[in-house]
Write a protein that binds this ligand. Structure first.
Ligand SMILES: [Mg+2]
Ligand SMILES: [Zn+2]
Length: 185
């Protein structure tokens, strides 16, 4: 059997791209600065890159599955221009008040578990990175390490909570350095 790979489970909006809120137009996808190099470094170090994103705009009727797919493809293309390939992208289309509770909306862990099964990932050695506490919370349930990278939309109480229960890094670059520099020493 093949050895399981660790993954970096990455939030999308506010972590990889500017959070345009219920983004449905692929022309509006903008990579955040200084993300390609740390993503490439993770991949060279053997981490699968897996986007896990809550897209409640689908349940709210603000975007369709086709809109989501077009935005995902645009993100893939922009990253490819920077030499970065994602191993997978998973999304939750639900909104609890409209579509009922689900296990896939973060902090739910269904999408991480599905990715682990699809891509032969070792969740215990994986990273859970995002700009909201719900992005890093799955590390508490699944094992692995949660690293909050605060952005413009991160509430201060979530930063405090992540300082206590997970890790906080100033940038994706710093988050990756924190992990890989420690592995190297
Ligand atoms: Mg986000
Ligand atoms: Zn869901």
């Amino acid at each position: 059997m093949t050895a399981l790979r660790p993954a970096a489970f990455l939030d999308r909006d506010g972590t990889l791209i500017h959070d345009a809120h219920y983004l449905r137009d692929p022309a509006l996808v903008r990579l955040l600065p200084n993300i390609a190099a740390p993503l490439a470094r993770l991949r060279r170090a053997g981490y699968a890159l897996v986007v896990i994103t809550n897209q409640s705009g689908i349940a709210r009727g603000l975007l369709t599955e086709q809109d989501y797919a077009a935005v995902r493809d645009r993100l893939d293309a922009l990253l490819a221009e920077e030499g970065v390939t994602l191993d997978g992208s998973y999304h939750c289309p639900h909104e609890p008040a409209r579509s009922g509770p689900c296990e896939c909306r973060k902090p739910g862990t269904l999408l991480h578990r599905r990715a682990a099964s699809d891509l032969a990932l070792d969740v215990n050695r994986s990273l859970f990175i995002g700009d909201r506490f719900r992005d890093v919370a799955p590390a508490l349930a699944l094992g692995g390490r949660g690293i909050l990278v605060p952005g413009v939309d991160t509430p201060s109480d979530e930063i405090s909570r992540a300082e206590r229960e997970a890790t906080v890094a100033r940038s994706l670059h710093d988050a990756v350095a924190l992990v890989l520099d420690a592995e190297a020493s």
